[in-house]
Design a protein around this ligand. Structure first.
Ligand SMILES: [Zn+2]
Length: 165
């Protein structure tokens, strides 16, 4: 598989160390300080995507210590993986896989944004608001469009109520 070679080259290029114990399931982990990643065995497009996501964390220098909020770290890792997929033409060779993984990534980031907002409410630090979410994450998740649609729905409902009354 040519893609396997591309993945291995990408790992080598970024001086990344693969931890021997591989996950059986399709999950990964990355530690920037040691440049180590735990990755699934390459079996399909999805496993390659997960590996690229973990490489993304290393390339973007993510760690638990940095100020960058978690949702933004996850966004950068997802965007890294998706852009590599486009570089490797996966979006054209396997359009359905690409679309599915992209949609899943968008959901994952939406969830991460909401989680970070929720968590900020319980911590004494400043509260994270939707307007403070990085434009990269807003654009990628289209979260504002979701909000607008919801607002329109409410307005519509109220209009209907008024008509009945
Ligand atoms: Zn991640």
């Amino acid at each position: 598989m040519r893609l396997k070679k591309l993945v291995k080259a990408e790992i080598k290029k970024n001086n990344i160390i693969i931890e021997r114990k591989k996950f059986r399931s399709n999950v990964g982990r990355a530690t920037y300080e040691t440049r180590k990643i735990k990755i699934p065995i390459i079996t399909d497009i999805e496993s390659i995507y997960i590996i690229l996501h973990e490489i993304g964390h290393i390339v973007k220098k993510h760690s638990n210590d940095i100020e960058k909020p978690l949702y933004l770290q996850e966004t950068e890792a997802e965007l890294f993986a998706l852009s590599k997929f486009r570089d490797w033409n996966i979006h054209q060779r396997f359009p359905e896989d690409y679309e599915l993984l992209k949609q899943r990534a968008q959901r994952y980031i939406r969830w991460n944004i909401l989680f970070d907002i929720q968590r900020s409410l319980h911590e004494s630090k400043s509260i994270l608001r939707l307007k403070n979410i990085h434009i990269k994450a807003l654009k990628f998740t289209k979260i504002q469009k979701f909000q607008k649609e919801q607002k329109n729905l409410i307005i519509q409902k109220n209009k209907n109520k008024n008509v009945k009354n």
